[in-house]
Design a protein around this ligand. Structure first.
Ligand code: 13P
Length: 277
């Protein structure tokens, strides 16, 4: 069933687990993720990267999420990932998104808060949709990760000023493939959680060791994002699949299965299995 970001995170908060948020791109990635969620009775967030709303891809991928959610027996939320412009936010809302992220984390605090607050107001008007903001920029693995972590006090102020209902934080992760396994600032997660009082989001989930994920969830992470490794699981399988399979559904069968296997491995660590009502 289709649910809102607010509902799915509220349940995660009560249950003390994190909901997996998988970036999906097409029908096959949606299918793989949904199979894993159904098999484990896990709630799941399917999210679309903002770039896809600059063209038509977001509409098609969004329609696939909505179709999957309608058919699903577990809660499925449809989220915009890393919204950068108001146009992308509007595009995602028009496509039926039930959660929105606005990422202005490269800006100074006041500018980040101002843009985020504007998007919160827009989403309120568009059906009281909850917004995820980001404070403390989570970069890519191509850059030095560093220890410029989100400050708890700034996080509290940011939540108060903007009205975001979820907050992405910088605590040692980055987007992409890590050169060496990251070590997370677990105590900092606990402090931010205490100060901000909203569900925290961890970006850059691919390649984070299982024990780090478990500790992060215990400390207050309630949504964890995975994209890079989901893409590799899909693409590596596509490249290894025989061209003798001409029917595209048959050709894609193993790639869908690979996405399912990847999603299953993350659900097992986040503690979301069996949490679907
Ligand atoms: P990875 O691509 O590193 O898994 O990060 C995903 C993410 O945070 C999407 O917002």
């Amino acid at each position: 069933m289709l649910v809102t970001l607010r509902e799915i995170l509220c349940d995660a908060e009560k249950g003390g687990y994190a909901v997996p948020a998988f970036n999906v791109y097409n029908m096959e990635t949606v299918m793989g993720v949904l199979h894993a969620a159904e098999a484990t009775r896990s709630p799941v967030i399917m999210q679309i990267y903002s770039r896809l709303f600059d063209g038509e891809n977001g509409k098609f991928a969004g329609a696939n999420i909505l179709a999957a959610a309608k058919y699903a027996t577990v809660p499925v939320a449809f989220h915009l990932d890393h919204g950068a412009t108001e146009a992308q936010v509007v595009g995602a809302l028009e496509a039926g998104a039930t959660g929105i992220m606005i990422d202005a984390s490269k800006l100074e605090f006041d500018d980040n808060a101002a843009l985020t607050k504007k998007v919160v107001a827009l989403c309120k008007q568009a059906g009281n949709i909850a917004v995820e903001g980001e404070l403390g920029h989570v970069g890519t693995t191509k850059e030095e990760i560093g220890d410029n972590y989100t400050e708890p006090d700034a996080a509290r102020r940011f939540v108060e000023e903007t009205g975001v209902e979820a907050l992405a934080v910088a605590v040692g992760t980055a987007h992409g493939r890590y050169k060496k396994a990251p070590k997370l600032a677990i105590e900092r997660i606990r402090e931010i959680k205490e100060a901000a009082g909203v569900p925290l989001v961890l970006h850059g989930g691919s390649g984070v060791p299982d024990e780090e994920i478990r500790a992060a969830v215990k400390a207050g992470i309630r949504k964890m994002n995975f994209s890079t490794d989901l893409c590799y699981s899909f693409l590596d399988t596509v490249f290894a699949t025989s061209r003798e399979w001409v029917g595209i559904d048959l050709f894609m069968r193993d790639a869908v299965k690979a996405v399912e296997t990847f999603a299953l491995s993350k659900i097992a660590v986040l503690g979301s299995a069996g949490q679907a009502k």
